[in-house]
Design a protein around this ligand. Structure first.
Ligand SMILES: [Zn+2]
Length: 83
């Protein structure tokens, strides 16, 4: 969850960039998914967890936090969303 700190001259926003596996809770660093997500036309990618092998979707919300969920089908519709 992002945190926003107000300063007299502006704001500082701190965001969570680790992709957390919805199945096992393993944290993946930003370097693991950033290049593929940056090249994605839909701003969403599918990756397999390095710990448990679960297929998951990864995207970034409007605040800059990483959002992951387990896709319902092979077409990628979300089953449940974990922030
Ligand atoms: Zn996992």
């Amino acid at each position: 969850m992002s945190h926003c700190i107000k300063f007299p001259d502006g704001f500082l926003s701190i965001v969570d960039t680790d992709a957390t596996c919805p199945s096992c809770g393993h944290h993946h660093p930003e370097e693991w998914y950033y290049k593929a997500l940056n090249n994605s036309k839909r701003a969403m990618i599918y990756k397999y967890c390095k710990n448990c092998g679960q297929r998951m979707c990864i995207t970034i919300d409007m605040m800059g936090d990483t959002v992951t969920w387990i896709p319902d089908t092979k077409r990628g519709r979300p089953k449940k969303e974990i922030i």
